[in-house]
Design a protein around this ligand. Structure first.
Ligand code: FMN
Length: 386
């Protein structure tokens, strides 16, 4: 059983020898340090979101409106944060959410491999995006014994979608996460102001350019004519006509656990359940897609409608306390997004490991100091609207 709280003891002890932490401890600190380091358009792409960005600010504010009820003398000196997910025992109820530009966020331009290495060392699963700088097979090989999940953006070419899923299965991913909220791009003023979008410049398209079916659609290979290959990607990336009628096809694509990301309405949860999906991923994409979409506020009703199906949640998780709150509202596990992305910017694998260690230490201590020894004790009754 991992003792995540000890991470802080290590930091204090290192301080006795004059050593200071290598990276900022808070989200605000990570954000500021990442901004100072990043090329300004890439920074805006990662930090920015839809419209006036009130949606992503609201994601964070939603967590601040909940307090955790403290229980004393309850014997919570030893905690167990582990959870079961699709037959895997995870050391903690946390995953790395897919970040489709991670590849170009590290100094070496291999951010997906950096995240995979951090996943291997920490045991925290990575949900690998369709949009990666290295092909999914190489990323899967770097995951070690940690289960990984593949996130699918469903292209409007069904055979390319099928090929990506086959490759993810063959590479050893343990589940497919289909993102539904990005059938077209959200209105993102920062990116529009720069008139730039990383993938349109050919970044993070390795899964497409290495795909035999995608390549078969091109007159010239991506190596010979990257511009034409990128244009073909742009024409086929989104799938505006995808509807519930296509879900049977998606379900039949794989025997792996199938999750739908971007679900927020209880009726959609019930429909997904009827169609045989294995898990719901409640998220508003970090406020990058539909403006004014709530996230945390939707979680309890999503969990109720899921009626026992695993529910993942992300959007606005900035601290270990946030992780505990999402679990108390019923999430089975919680996706970390921008925080680990900034860790990748600052220190690659080591930066991601540091951010995850901080989050898990804080989650562990928040549980313990409030008197809860296990995840099962985190129910809605432990939260207080403040
Ligand atoms: C720069 C960036 C790229 C993203 N790329 C993807 C992606 O490729 N696929 C996907 O399903 N979600 C993607 N997301 C959404 C995340 O998976 C997650 O829902 C979001 O980051 C949660 O919000 P938060 O980071 O503010 O907590 C991306 C988010 C960011 C910030």
């Amino acid at each position: 059983m991992a003792n995540y709280a000890d991470f802080q003891i290590g930091l204090y002890l290192a301080g006795l020898g004059g050593e200071l932490p290598a990276y900022p401890l808070t989200f605000a600190g990570l954000e500021a340090a990442a901004q100072a380091k990043m090329e300004h358009r890439l920074w805006d792409y990662v930090a920015g979101g839809a419209g006036d960005e009130h949606t992503q600010r609201a994601n964070v504010a939603a967590f601040e409106r909940w307090g955790i009820l403290p229980r004393m003398l309850s014997g919570a000196a030893e905690r167990d944060l582990s959870v079961e997910l699709f037959g895997h025992r995870l050391p903690a109820p946390v995953l790395m959410a897919p970040i489709g530009v991670l590849g170009v966020m590290t100094d070496d331009g291999h951010g997906d491999l950096a995240a995979a290495a951090a996943s291997a060392s920490s045991g925290i699963p990575m949900i690998a995006s369709t949009l990666m700088q290295d092909p999914l097979e190489e990323v899967a090989a770097a995951l070690g014994d940690t289960p990984g999940f593949f996130q699918l953006y469903t292209p409007n070419d069904r055979e390319v979608a099928e090929s990506l899923v086959r490759r993810a299965e063959a590479a050893g991913f343990r589940g497919i996460v289909v993102t539904l909220d990005t059938w077209t791009l959200g209105f993102r003023p920062r990116d529009l102001q720069h008139a730039t979008f990383p993938q349109l410049r050919g970044a993070c398209l390795a899964n497409y350019f290495s795909d035999p079916v995608f390549r078969s659609r091109l007159a010239a290979s991506p190596e010979d004519d990257p511009g034409a290959a990128t244009l073909h990607w742009a024409m086929t990336f989104g799938n505006p006509t995808l509807t519930w009628d296509d879900l049977a096809w998606l379900r039949d694509l794989t025997d792996l656990p199938l999750l739908l990301k971007g679900i927020g309405h209880p009726d959609d949860v019930r429909r997904a359940k009827d169609e045989g999906v294995d898990g719901i991923y409640c998220s508003n994409h970090g406020g990058r897609q539909a403006a004014s979409a709530p996230a945390l506020e939707l979680l309890p009703a999503v969990v109720d409608a899921a009626d026992g199906l695993p529910v993942l949640f992300d959007s606005g998780v900035r601290s270990g306390a946030d992780v505990i709150k999402a679990l108390a509202l019923g999430a089975t596990a919680v996706g970390i997004g921008r925080p680990y992305g900034y860790g990748a910017v600052l220190g690659g694998t080591a930066g991601i490991e540091f951010v995850l260690s901080c989050l898990l230490a804080e989650a562990d201590l928040t549980m313990g100091l409030n008197g809860y020894a296990g995840i099962a004790e985190l129910t809605r009754e432990v939260l207080l609207r403040c």
